[in-house]
Design a protein around this ligand. Structure first.
Ligand code: PEP
Ligand code: MN
Length: 337
């Protein structure tokens, strides 16, 4: 439930309402916009008499929130959230491009990819050091050594960095080396990991689970925010459908759907969703056209010899061509890039 205060409600009136809610054993989430203040209520509302709230001074109306996620809900927080990641930010009217290899393979490989993606306009370097592969016999990642290379790449290029985490140990290591952690599709409903990510203090990129509905996804985000970490970015990476001509089915309609339901930034991953470098550029352009806040794109110096996801990785030339072609799309949706 949210309490919408009248425009220009006084601090005293806002305080009286929040005190009443807290005195009834519930938590308050305050969203103070330029025009109106919204007071969100988190907890068991059967403990509160809503009729009484309407008689408080400067209360305009009371709106029930039926969704189980509250802190991630746009009704609780009408203004779009901007998430700071190292020396850049996601969601503030710019297009953020995260790019890099699926997996960190060697120091040299990461360094040369970092330089190339930076030159083409990426601001965040991605690179997997813990790889949750479908097969246990596939390359599993360099772990902490890979994170150290990410830190070196940041020091040299100034790019901010993101790395997927799959366990508490990985989170503890990531905190020392990178700017943002990623919860992958396969772990979207690993609730223990979500809580630990929430406690890490780092911004979190939450990928959509392979079969997750929007409500399940936003509830997963709620787990992170409920730990006191509001810095969550959602990433659509394709869902599993009956279609087999692409690796997954990119659900682009989820971008405008999420805009109505949540204030969190939304980015799109055209690499994992399509599984083929051929489809990455058109879907990246479509994602910008439907106003995504950013893109996550896999780029490799030698896709034919990549240790993971070579078929969907862009070469440096293809990545540069794509970022050049994205500029007019950004102008159309009034995003800076
Ligand atoms: C990745 O980004 O490296 C990855 C494994 O993605 P997803 O979790 O979307 O499959
Ligand atoms: Mn990959």
């Amino acid at each position: 439930m949210i309490i919408v205060m009248k425009p220009q409600a006084s601090d005293q009136s806002i305080h009286a309402v929040t005190k009443y809610i807290e005195d009834n054993g519930l938590q308050v989430h305050l969203s103070q916009g330029e025009e109106v203040t919204i007071i969100g209520i988190v907890g068991d509302k059967s403990r509160l008499s809503t009729e009484n709230l309407i008689i408080f001074k400067d209360v305009d109306r009371i709106v029930p929130v039926t969704e189980s996620y509250k802190l991630a809900n746009r009704k609780f927080h009408p203004e779009a959230t901007t998430v700071k990641v190292g020396n850049t930010s996601i969601g503030s009217g710019n297009l953020t491009i995260m790019a890099g290899p699926c997996a960190v393979e060697t120091e040299e490989q990461l360094m040369c990819i970092a330089r190339a993606v930076k030159a083409a306009g990426a601001t965040i370097l991605r690179g997997g050091a813990y790889k949750p592969r479908t097969s246990p016999y596939s390359f599993q990642g360099l772990e902490e050594e890979g994170l150290r290379y990410m830190q070196k790449a940041k020091a040299e290029t100034g790019l901010s960095t993101i790395c997927e985490v799959v366990s508490l140990d990985a989170i503890e290591a990531a905190v020392k080396y990178v700017d943002m952690i990623q919860i992958g599709a396969r772990n979207m409903q690993n609730f223990i990991l979500l809580k630990e990510a929430g406690q890490s203090g780092l911004p979190v990129l939450l990928k959509r689970g392979l079969c997750a509905t929007v409500d399940e996804w936003l509830n997963a985000a709620e787990y992170i925010i409920a730990e006191g970490n509001p810095n969550v970015v959602l990433c659509e990476r394709g869902i599993r459908t009956f279609e087999t001509s692409t690796r997954n089915t990119l659900d682009l309609s989820v971008v405008p759907v999420l805009r109505t339901k949540t204030h969190l930034p939304v980015i799109v991953d055209p690499s994992h969703s399509t599984g083929s470098y051929r489809y990455v550029a058109p879907m990246a352009k479509a994602a910008v056209a439907c106003d995504a806040d950013g893109l996550m794109i896999e780029v490799h110096n030698d896709p034919a010899h990549a240790l993971s996801d070579g078929p969907q990785s862009l070469t440096f030339e293809k990545f540069k061509k794509l970022t050049d072609e994205l500029r007019p799309f950004c102008q159309l949706v009034k995003r800076s890039f």
